[in-house]
Design a binder for this molecule. Structure first.
Ligand SMILES: *[C@@H]1O[C@H](CO)[C@@H](O)[C@H](O)[C@H]1NC(C)=O
Ligand SMILES: *[C@@H]1O[C@H](CO)[C@@H](O)[C@H](O)[C@H]1NC(C)=O
Ligand SMILES: *[C@@H]1O[C@H](CO)[C@@H](O)[C@H](O)[C@H]1NC(C)=O
Ligand SMILES: *[C@@H]1O[C@H](CO)[C@@H](O)[C@H](O)[C@H]1NC(C)=O
Ligand SMILES: *[C@@H]1O[C@H](CO)[C@@H](O)[C@H](O)[C@H]1NC(C)=O
Ligand SMILES: *[C@@H]1O[C@H](CO)[C@@H](O)[C@H](O)[C@H]1NC(C)=O
Length: 718
């Protein structure tokens, strides 16, 4: 009895203590009276234990981010849904996209058609720009009966009597030495390797789909269906990805190849202190593409490889020119499926004038289907595929739109048929668009202006921020949850081509059951926030980290108008914030405060994309050249109305730190980047502001307003 009473007392005491504790906790904890040990315990038990969500504005590099629908681009944007390719010749055959099988569909020719299949060979040094004709086989296709061609590159020619009524080049798969060239019946998808099917296997296939001259913003605006699909699949798009050099080769070499033996002994920096471009791609030592240590050379022998480069011109190709950089092409086939003979034949037929359409087909779709077939057929076999489509987007970035529908459907098909289960899919641009007026003459197109042509360009960034997305399959996420999380977080970190290489290296090391990468940290490891362009080996001329603009602006942006824009922005989050409580610092357009932990001092700053870089230039301009240009610019200034000079040609990015209360009682610090066009004084917020919640609560690790507010809404709803 006594025992029981003691027990009840104890319970009561515990209950009361808990209530007192709870009261204390609710009323006082907000006032920050919880210190150290107690606070830690608190954090452990009821606040989120997640590290703070990464945010673009965390980076020391203040990255010049561009919106997909940037205002300055609007006039030049087009959204051509259809290519409207016209058909001039009869289409004798239907080709099945997923397998490459053919069937004759022309009733007119019934069973009396004579055709020839002929192998295309060549595309190798010393005659990489040509093709040769190989073995042939004549056959008579039957109406609606399937057949396929056992060759990688081939032509089909059909006759009616003496007359050639059909002739066309194709990419395919040579599957079996012992089979004839023309194989009747359906194509049989090869039996999966037992090894990769084991759920515990760490082997993954790699599929790289490259789209020439495609920037992140451009992909977002023209590939809307594809973007939406990839997002639903959990693909990660890198928001602060900076190319290292100017054109395709110098940007793809650091992704696809190990450090070159020719450059091993070179310094990382050149004599001017800039990143040494020659170390990335030497200009005076022509490389032999055969001896380059391509990433796929490190894969175990069971990996099936494909190299599919839309060369656009028989004298070109990714690693074929100019002669200063490369010997003229591969001397031996770099992959089991090598499609240069096809492209050489095609572009010879077109007299080396690339076009969008051929005979009713969008050529880029034909090229992409070769990627699609490879993924479909070898989905269960370890494989590495590299596809690069140049012609569609090289000259006009708007053309990308035409590929959206097809790429979306191909991806959807691959997903639904389970063909992406073992594959890491990387879609990337080598750089943004370089040649179209969209990028040469628009602000968002270029970061940088010509001082000499100040009337033409203020016009600055897509060109330097290529698209990069990485999709890892659920099996990878299950095996490496931490790595997948890092990958997502790194979407907000400042990274470059070298990180993609390390990432590929990590995947190839898995293929050999090693889990290490000798090169630098891959995108599966959390990247630091303090990387500079030099760390990322980005040539200063292409560096997207903004510079202090305080000397280049006529007047300090007015903090009230910035605050007003933020207030309006936050009204979308009315449910979650007490917008009236917003209090902002002053705009001080002083030097750039770099220390991230001194947040209180980091009131605001005014930055702009580096004006002193050159469009088209492959290397940076020297510091003395920058000085010269600055002097020249001031000398030129009197010709212009001063205000006009400043205001017309300046787009600046002021930053402002504000504080605000959330509806669940958090006190929230908001760091906002604004974009101010001096001429119109138009102020926008191009990227979601960054939140830092100092009081520990369940939502305090979120940095993006949308995520934070979803969390707060849920809390308040309970
Ligand atoms: C509490 O946090 C500490 C330090 O972060 C950690 O080591 C510990 O495992 C956590 N305890 C619980 C119960 O989560
Ligand atoms: C991908 O395929 C899976 C399985 O069929 C399906 O559940 C999922 O919804 C698909 N994803 C998308 C984005 O369509
Ligand atoms: C950019 O350049 C074009 C072409 O010279 C010009 O029409 C335009 O006004 C410039 N500025 C912007 C912000 O696009
Ligand atoms: C890796 O990073 C270190 C410094 O962290 C640097 O010295 C080295 O050059 C980098 N290696 C490569 C291949 O980028
Ligand atoms: C970047 O931060 C890391 C630690 O996070 C530090 O070791 C490194 O020295 C820093 N680099 C620079 C350039 O400040
Ligand atoms: C600024 O630009 C935005 C986006 O186009 C537009 O909606 C807004 O009306 C502009 N504001 C002013 C003051 O011109």
């Amino acid at each position: 009895m006594r025992r029981r009473r003691t027990f009840i007392y104890s319970i009561q005491i515990i209950l009361i203590a808990s209530l007192v504790f709870l009261f204390y906790f609710v009323t006082i904890s907000d006032k920050n009276l919880f210190k150290q040990g107690f606070g830690k315990k608190f954090r452990n038990e009821s606040s989120s234990s997640f590290p703070r969500q990464a945010h673009l504005l965390d980076n020391y590099c203040k990255f010049a981010w561009t919106e997909p629908m940037d205002n300055t681009l609007k006039k030049r944007l087009k959204f051509p849904k259809r290519a409207g390719c016209e058909k001039y010749n009869i289409d004798l055959f239907k080709r099945y996209p997923a397998t490459g099988e053919f069937s004759m569909k022309s009733k007119a020719h019934r069973n009396k058609l004579e055709c020839v299949a002929q192998v295309l060979k060549g595309g190798l040094r010393p005659a990489a720009h040509t093709y040769q004709l190989g073995k042939t086989q004549t056959f008579s296709p039957k109406l609606n009966k399937r057949f396929w061609i056992n060759a990688n590159n081939f032509i089909l020619t059909c006759f009616s009597g003496q007359l050639v009524i059909y002739r066309k080049q194709f990419m395919g798969f040579k599957m079996d030495e012992n089979l004839k060239l023309v194989v009747d019946g359906p194509f049989e998808i090869p039996e999966p390797e037992a090894k990769i099917l084991k759920s515990g296997s760490k082997q993954f296939s790699i599929s790289i789909l490259g789209l020439d001259s495609t920037s992140r913003a451009q992909f977002g605006r023209h590939m809307r269906k594809t973007t939406d699909f990839l997002q639903r699949m959990g693909s990660v798009v890198f928001e602060a990805y900076n190319k290292v050099g100017d054109n395709s080769a110098v940007n793809l070499i650091p992704i696809l190849a190990d450090e070159l033996s020719e450059t091993e002994n070179m310094n990382l920096l050149d004599e001017t202190g800039d990143v040494n471009l020659n170390k990335i791609l030497p200009t005076k030592t022509p490389l032999n593409p055969d001896t380059i240590q391509w990433i796929w050379k490190h894969l175990p022998p069971e990996y099936i490889t494909m190299f599919n480069d839309d060369v656009m011109h028989t004298s070109r190709g990714l690693f074929h020119y100019p002669p200063d950089n490369f010997l003229d092409g591969f001397g031996e086939s770099p992959a089991r499926f090598y499609y240069r003979p096809y492209y050489n034949h095609l572009y010879s037929q077109l007299s080396n004038w690339w076009r969008k359409c051929l005979d009713g087909e969008l050529l880029a779709e034909v090229f992409i289907d070769s990627w699609f077939r490879f993924e479909r057929i070898f989905s269960k076999t370890p494989h590495f595929g590299f596809t690069f489509i140049s012609s569609l987007t090289h000259d006009d970035p708007n053309n990308l739109e035409m590929l959206d529908h097809t790429l979306f459907h191909r991806l959807d098909y691959l997903n639904r048929t389970g063909c992406l289960e073992n594959t890491i899919l990387i879609i990337l641009g080598d750089h943004g668009n370089r040649v179209h007026p969209l990028n040469r003459y628009t602000f968002a197109g270029k970061i940088g202006r010509f001082e000499e042509r100040i009337d033409k360009l203020d016009n600055i960034s897509e060109e330097r921020a290529p698209y990069l997305s990485i999709l890892v399959p659920p099996r990878f996420r299950k095996q490496f949850p931490e790595k997948y999380r890092n990958l997502r977080e790194n979407s907000q970190r400042f990274v470059s081509n070298f990180h993609v290489h390390s990432t590929l290296k990590f995947i190839t090391s898995l293929s050999k059951n090693l889990e290490s990468s000798r090169r630098n940290k891959s995108l599966f490891e959390l990247q630091p926030i303090n990387s500079t362009c030099q760390d990322n080996r980005v040539i200063s001329n292409h560096c997207l980290c903004m510079v202090d603009a305080s000397q280049d602006i006529s007047k300090v942006p007015n903090s009230e108008s910035l605050e007003e824009v933020l207030r309006t922005y936050l009204t979308d989050f009315n449910e979650c914030f007490n917008v009236e409580s917003l209090q902002c610092g002053n705009v001080v357009s002083s030097g750039f405060q770099i220390q991230q932990d001194v947040k209180k001092e980091f009131q605001t700053e005014t930055l702009m994309p580096n004006n002193y870089v050159q469009v088209w230039a492959r290397t940076k301009i020297s510091d003395s050249e920058v000085v010269r240009k600055k002097e020249r610019a001031s000398a030129v200034r009197p010709k212009f109305d001063k205000n006009q000079f400043y205001e017309k040609f300046q787009v600046i990015y002021p930053y402002l730190t504000c504080n605000l209360q959330s509806k669940n009682g958090d006190s929230v610090e908001v760091l906002t980047q604004f974009r101010l066009i001096q001429l119109s004084q138009n102020i926008t917020i191009p990227y979601p502001p960054r939140l830092s919640v100092h009081s520990p609560s369940q939502c305090s690790h979120f940095s993006f307003p949308t995520d934070y507010c979803n969390c707060v809404d849920l809390l308040l709803a309970v």
